[in-house]
Structure formats: C-alpha cells, structure tokens
Design a protein around this ligand. Structure first.
Ligand SMILES: NC(=O)c1ccc[n+]([C@@H]2O[C@H](COP(=O)([O-])OP(=O)(O)OC[C@H]3O[C@@H](n4cnc5c(N)ncnc54)[C@H](OP(=O)(O)O)[C@@H]3O)[C@@H](O)[C@H]2O)c1
Length: 246
C-alpha cells in the first residue's frame, strides 16, 4: 500500500468502536486527524492525548452528526487547523432495533438525520474544501443489501441510502479525481453490536468464517481506500463481513 503520511483526515464518530480504530490507524500511519464525537468527551480527549505526537496532530471536535451546522463548523475547524483536507471518513452512525408496529416517526427522523443527512452534509462541506484526488469513505453496512432478521428495516434503509449517495456522488466528484466508496461491515464487536449479545450466535451461524470481526479489520480497509493505491476504486460498496453475505 502506498503511503498516506502527511495527509489530513476528518473522521466522524471517532471516539469509540470502528471510528476510534480508524482514527488510530490513520494517525499511526502519519495522517493528521480531526475527529468528531457526540457524547464521549472523556474518551475523545484521552485518544487525542494518546495519539498526538511530534509528527502527528490529532484533534477532537464535538459535533452531533444529526445537526448539519455543527458538522459544517467541525469540518471548517479541521480545515483551518491543518490547512487542507485529503480524506473524509463518514463513520458516525446509530442503530435501532424495532419491528414495524413499534417504529416511531421520531426514530425514523433521527436515523435519517444522523446516518443519511449527516453523511450528505459532511460530503458536501468536505468536498468544498478537499484537494483534488481526495478520498471519501462512508461506513455503511451489509444490512443495506440483506436483513438477517426482523427489526432492522430502518437501519437497513439508512445504509442503503448511504450506498446510493456513494454511487451518485462518485459521478459528481470523479472529474476532480476524488473517489467515493462505502465500506459495508458485517458483525464487528463494538458497543453497537457486542459479540456477546442475544443476536450474536445467530449472526455467527450465518457467517462463512463463523466469528465477529474486529474494529481494526475495518480500519485496515479504510486506510487502503484512503491511499493512492486505491485510486481506481470509486462508487463501490465493499462488503467486509466474514462471509455473512456469501
Ligand atoms: N458494529 C457493527 O457490527 C457494525 C456493522 C455494520 C456497520 N456498522 C457501522 O459502523 C459505524 C460505527 O459503528 P460502531 O459499531 O463503532 O458503533 P458504536 O460502538 O456505537 O460507536 C459509535 C461512534 O459514533 C459516534 N456517534 C454516534 N452518534 C453520533 C452522533 N449523533 N454524532 C456524532 N457521533 C456520533 C459515537 O460517539 P459518542 O460516543 O461520542 O456519541 C461513537 O464514537 C456506524 O456507522 C455503524 O452503523 C457497525
């Protein structure tokens, strides 16, 4: 993989889980990183302390992904701090588990605001300041294409929208050499989908590899897509799911 050293990245939802692994991976590869968090200020500040060094700067900005203004101002702050933007990772996301009679319109609006509108806003504001040849990587889900059990309709809808945005925006940004891709994880052991939850055995039984992935598995793929080596991949939705979709 070609080097991403000295690039600048903006990562949403970098305080915990997959986002935290992405921030770690990029920072240890020599990327200056700005990341957002919503509730986990303490964890975010510890991560900044741990990863900031003489060669790599990491900053955390509080920004609710469901609030367009706060995302735009976080991206502008990152751009002002580092003077450029090369890589945008839309990772922040929420899940809901409810079957049809129990889905509320408040759940519907919130998941669209955080998982879809927030992604669009970050792409629009990020692309406006991004260098030509930049990278946009959205974290979707295999649930965009297949629902393993009831209760995932809203979440799957939101991730299918991310995949569709990715395809469309790859066409808009292709002339600038900016690639836009979605990484679609399967079961990854995080607070959102713990490997010891009541659904975990069901998920494992449906996977070719039979076990959950780690947050670092996703971070490795994100780092590759962010690198010059991935310059011909765009508009793609890439499953990384231990064979859940196979
Ligand atoms: N884990 C899986 O199996 C799996 C599978 C497929 C896709 N995904 C996707 O991967 C992404 C990360 O999931 P995860 O499993 O790492 O989740 P997680 O453990 O719940 O962590 C979520 C992260 O996103 C942040 N976040 C949540 N809501 C936010 C908001 N409104 N504004 C800003 N940040 C927000 C959280 O920050 P705070 O704590 O600061 O609020 C946290 O850093 C999500 O898009 C998820 O849909 C996960």
């Amino acid at each position: 993989m070609e080097s991403i050293k000295n690039k600048v990245a903006f990562v949403t939802g970098g305080s915990r889980g997959i986002g935290q692994a992405i921030v770690r991976k990029l920072a240890t590869a020599g990327v200056n990183v700005a990341f957002t968090y919503n509730n986990s200020a303490d964890v975010a500040n510890k991560l900044v302390e741990e990863l900031s060094g003489p060669e790599t700067q990491v900053i955390a900005v509080k920004a609710d992904n469901g609030d367009a203004d706060s995302i735009v101002s976080a991206i502008n702050k990152a751009h002002q701090t580092f003077g450029k933007l090369d890589i945008l990772v839309n990772n922040a996301g929420i899940g809901t588990m409810a079957t049809l009679p129990d889905i509320t319109l408040a759940d519907f609006d919130r998941i669209i605001a955080v998982n879809v509108k927030g992604v669009f806003v970050a792409i629009q504001a990020g692309a406006a300041v991004m260098n030509d040849g930049g990278r946009i990587i959205n974290i979707g889900s295999t649930v965009a294409d297949r629902n393993a059990f009831p209760g995932t309709a809203l979440y799957g809808m939101s991730k299918a929208a991310v995949a569709a945005l990715t395809r469309g925006i790859s066409r808009d940004l292709g002339p600038r050499g900016i690639t836009v891709n979605t990484v679609q994880p399967g079961p990854i052991d995080t607070d959102m989908n713990p490997a010891d939850s009541q659904f975990a055995d069901l998920l494992r039984s449906a996977m070719a590899l039979g076990h959950y992935g780690s947050t670092n598995d996703i971070a490795e793929l994100v780092a590759f897509l962010a690198s010059p080596s991935a310059k011909f991949i765009t508009g793609a939705s890439i499953d990384i799911d231990g064979g859940l979709s196979s």
